[in-house]
Design a protein around this ligand. Sequence first.
Ligand code: THG
Length: 269
Amino acid sequence: MIIIGEKINGTIPSVRKAIEEKDEAFIRELAVKQAEAGADYIDVCAGTAPEVEEETLKWLMEIVQDAVDKPLCIDSPNPRTIEKVFKYARKPGIINSVSEEKNKCEILYPLIQGTEWQVIGLTCDNDGIPSDVEKRISIAKILVEKADKYGISPDRIHIDPLVIALATDNDAVRKFVEALEGIKKMFPNVKITSGLSNVSFGLPYRKALNQVFLTVAVFAGMDSAIMDPTNRDMMTALYAAEAISGKDRFCRKYLNAYRKGIIGPAKEH
Ligand code: THG
């Protein structure tokens, strides 16, 4: 599993406070802790008002890159902001995200043309997130075909089928899995990604739902996850799910994670 660490996000109250107070040490620690817990990429999302988003993202990017060696996942709803801060990245990472909304692809694909950058493509358009699977698959097809025009190969694209809250759609996870399967059938080299906490929105004891969703998604073949790698319960579910899905030869990764204390009951380590 490719792990994209989600914790540096200005929509989280403690992070918002650190951004307001210019608390570099707080952000640095979030970067280090996520890297140590196994994050492959560090997501940076300012979550601020548009006027200060660019300077905030630049600030976050510099702190994270001074603290850890991991590549960034630049997370903004505004393609113009991503375009502006792109130059502050010291190595290729992931753009989060394009979609069929407005001209996102036309702004962001040229930016990563001829580079090793990857991109997350959301299966939504100007009408929002389609509730049916077929429409999501057809948006994924457009995103991948447009990328090809810029020489961006399918293996550089993570499609996020945008799982919605179970509380609003009982079939949310079934639809996620069907979209995943449909997209992989069309483009076997495309990666599938997802945030893990949307599914439980509006319900109590969210972690039970998040863990089981992660398990189901891993079994179905999800390639990357936007998650909190410092959350032991989620990491335990992840390693167990990979082993159970036959994606962990000799259960080596599971055993290593246990030995290193990344997974297992908190009191044992
Ligand atoms: N898809 C894509 N990008 C995304 C999302 C997605 N970016 C933003 C978001 N969804 C993923 N990031 C977060 C960040 C924080 C939280 C949820 C999603 C969050 N954090 C709590 C905290 O840190 O306090 C709790 C974390 C926990 O205990 O697990 O809720 O879907 N492409």
